[in-house]
Design a protein around this ligand. Structure first.
Ligand SMILES: CC(C)(COP(=O)(O)OP(=O)(O)OC[C@H]1O[C@@H](n2cnc3c(N)ncnc32)[C@H](O)[C@@H]1OP(=O)(O)O)[C@@H](O)C(=O)NCCC(=O)NCCS
Length: 229
């Protein structure tokens, strides 16, 4: 799985993944205070994400300290670094994964992991746009089968764009073109971020296997001109 997740990103991105129970470590005081009111399961996934993130940052030469979330729940990465965290539970899985990179290589990352389970019809309706439904049918893809891929791709795109634009997007605001063979995707953002120059189109990669679906994308450093996260 580590290799599969690493394959979602360019080599400049450090990806780590582990079962939540194995990765979770005691939190530094400030994070521990932040997590005080969390339920036990949420606290352990939060702790796993922080522990993996510190490990990945250290491997990139950063001196990772406390990684508090900001007011929008976005992790505040050390200066010069960006990253993304995802957790998944269910179907016998309780996993956490992180991706981090130097900001000299990437301005923002998006990582998402989901259980590879069919989405409910009402969820599919919300996640997949009419254009995506038509494209899936034309490519011979079963919507029930691939809807979770669209879901994961859009979540990863959201996680990459939000720290830069601070803009809420709904599923209909992102249109995904999926290559059913390579599982590469191109996502077009239907919103014009006039205030924060942001690419209208971003590319990413999906993985499907072992009962999981994962999506990753890494934005080049030049794609945005300001932002944090
Ligand atoms: C952030 C979000 C995309 C995924 O969160 P999730 O379902 O809890 O799933 P994951 O476990 O994969 O990701 C959670 C992690 O994402 C990160 N995160 C949370 N909010 C974030 C945001 N706004 N931007 C970037 N990263 C964020 C955090 O690191 C969080 O883990 P932590 O709290 O332990 O640090 C989702 O909760 C959300 O806010 N959705 C609203 C918008 C949306 O879904 N639009 C449709 C897609 S375009």
């Amino acid at each position: 799985m580590n290799d599969a997740l690493a394959g979602l990103f360019p080599e400049s991105v450090r990806v780590l993944y582990a079962p939540i129970a194995e990765a979770a470590m005691p939190l530094p005081m400030a994070e521990s205070r932040w997590a005080e009111s969390m339920a036990a399961a949420r606290r352990s996934e939060f702790a796993a994400g922080r522990a993996l993130a510190r490990q990945a940052l250290a491997a990139l030469g950063a001196r990772p300290g406390v990684l508090l979330p900001d007011g929008d729940r976005v992790p505040v990465w050390p200066d010069g670094f960006c990253g993304s965290i995802s957790h998944v539970r269910g179907g016998g899985h309780a996993l956490c994964a992180v991706a981090v990179a130097p900001r000299s290589d990437h301005c923002s990352l998006g990582l998402d992991i989901e259980l590879d389970e069919p989405l409910r019809p009402r969820v599919i309706e919300r996640v997949v746009t009419p254009a995506e439904v038509r494209a899936a049918a034309a490519a011979g893809m079963s919507l029930a089968d691939v809807a979770v891929l669209f879901f994961s791709a859009k979540e990863a795109v959201y996680k990459a764009q939000f720290p830069v634009t601070r803009t809420f997007l709904d599923f209909a605001d992102v249109e995904v073109r999926l290559d059913p063979d390579s599982l590469g995707f191109e996502a077009t953002l239907m919103t014009d971020f006039a205030e924060t120059p942001f690419p209208r189109s971003v590319t990413g990669q999906l993985f499907r296997g072992g009962g999981l679906v994962a999506a990753g994308l890494a934005l080049p450093p030049t794609e945005t001109r300001r932002g944090s996260g």
